[in-house]
Design a protein around this ligand. Structure first.
Ligand code: G6P
Length: 366
């Protein structure tokens, strides 16, 4: 009811603002990096596996796509990410030395549970879940688990569950890196420090809300939007587009920035805002030629720039600068303004933000 909402208009807004607390709770008690964070016997499993298969749906699958970048670059372990509803029905090549990782807020998503069982039926017994509900079917079904402490999430569009999943997946990456001899004590200390600073860093990002509200007024009048990201931030662009379509009903698509010229550029007109996520200076150089093309077509660019980039606002280019540069953990910060952009755009359009049409919080039937 209204009392629980406090100063917020919707649960989604409340949950976006709860993220510093949700992350602090999720990381509470993590004194050091160790496989045992994932349960008894995790060391033996982590020693045995030589690849990771991530299974999830919706927003949770974008957390998985982000983790693939971490797992390959930091832990050096080959990783694939599959949409659960696809994996469960396709012929794939099983490998018993795979760590099967499911990611699910609810722990009850029918397709993700079925995908897990399918993997097991193919002889893959090493199972781990990143889940927000400790009593869920998924936690019962998996041998290992990391329970995120986002708290109950009411808004259908997932926000705090996503950022806490990313934190859990980052811990998993570090634990696998440790077992594989790729994490020195010095690196471990630096990583823990960066993780512990996340709640404060997130608070600074939330303070960008007034600037994002100003942008949302432009977006509310559009029917389409394009989101661009590269590398670690490509899944964040996907998540930004998903949030916008789920709650504002604006058609949105995400592309890796380098693909703009291979198709979506044909869609750019003055009616198509182009959101770019996290360009560092290297990306900006490449982006500038795309930018000319976007602007030649009257397109408007909305850039969430890293703190140390040199791009400035000019006609046709709107820039919001992120407070801090955050290295590998940057996706946890960059997703937050995209959540706020979707939220305020939906508010401006007057949609039912917490219960968007046709969608359910958890999909427990196929
Ligand atoms: C539904 C929700 C999404 C969620 C997805 C997966 O579609 O609306 O917000 O990402 O299910 O849910 P899970 O509980 O498995 O993370």
């Amino acid at each position: 009811g209204a009392a629980e909402l406090g100063p917020y208009r919707h649960y989604m807004q409340k949950e976006i603002f709860e993220q510093p607390r949700a992350l602090a709770d999720t990381l509470e008690g993590v004194e050091g990096i160790s496989p045992e964070l994932f349960g008894d016997g995790a060391y033996r499993v982590f020693k045995e596996v030589d690849r990771v298969l991530i299974l999830a749906c919706g927003t949770s699958s974008y957390a998985g796509m982000t983790a693939k970048y971490w797992l390959e670059s930091i832990a050096g372990i080959p990783t694939s990410v599959e949409i659960a509803s696809e994996y469960r029905y396709r012929d794939s090549v099983p490998d018993p030395k795979t760590l099967v990782v499911t990611i699910t807020q609810s722990g009850e998503t029918a397709d993700t549970l079925a995908a897990l069982k399918h993997a097991r039926s193919l002889g893959m017994e090493h199972t781990l879940t990143i889940c927000n509900v400790s009593t869920s079917a998924m936690v019962r079904e998996c041998k290992l688990a990391y329970i995120t402490r986002a708290g109950v999430e009411i808004g259908v569009a997932s926000t705090k569950a996503f950022t806490t999943q990313l934190a859990g997946l980052y811990l998993l990456t570090l634990a696998l890196a440790l077992v594989r001899g790729r994490l020195s004590e010095k690196q471990e200390a630096a990583e823990l420090k960066a993780l512990r600073h996340l709640p404060v860093a997130l608070q600074a990002v939330l303070a960008l809300e007034p600037q994002i509200i100003a942008w949302s007024e432009d977006f509310a009048r559009k029917e389409n939007a394009l989101f661009l990201g590269r590398g670690l931030h490509y899944p964040i662009a996907l998540e930004g587009a998903l949030k916008l379509k789920e709650i504002s009903y604006i058609h949105a698509e995400a592309y890796p920035a380098g693909e703009l010229k291979h198709g979506p550029l044909a869609l750019v007109t003055d009616e198509m805002p182009v959101v770019t996520v996290a360009p560092n200076d290297a990306l900006l150089e490449k982006l500038k030629s795309n930018l000319q093309e976007v602007r030649a077509r009257g397109g408007q660019l909305y850039v969430f720039a890293d703190s140390d980039t040199h791009i400035g606002s000019e006609p046709g280019v709107h820039v919001i600068r992120m407070p801090e540069h955050y290295g590998s953990l940057s996706p946890l910060l960059h997703v937050v303004p995209l959540q706020l952009l979707a939220y305020h755009t939906a508010c401006a359009r007057g949609t039912d933000v917490d219960k968007p049409r046709n969608l359910a919080k958890s999909v427990t039937v196929e």
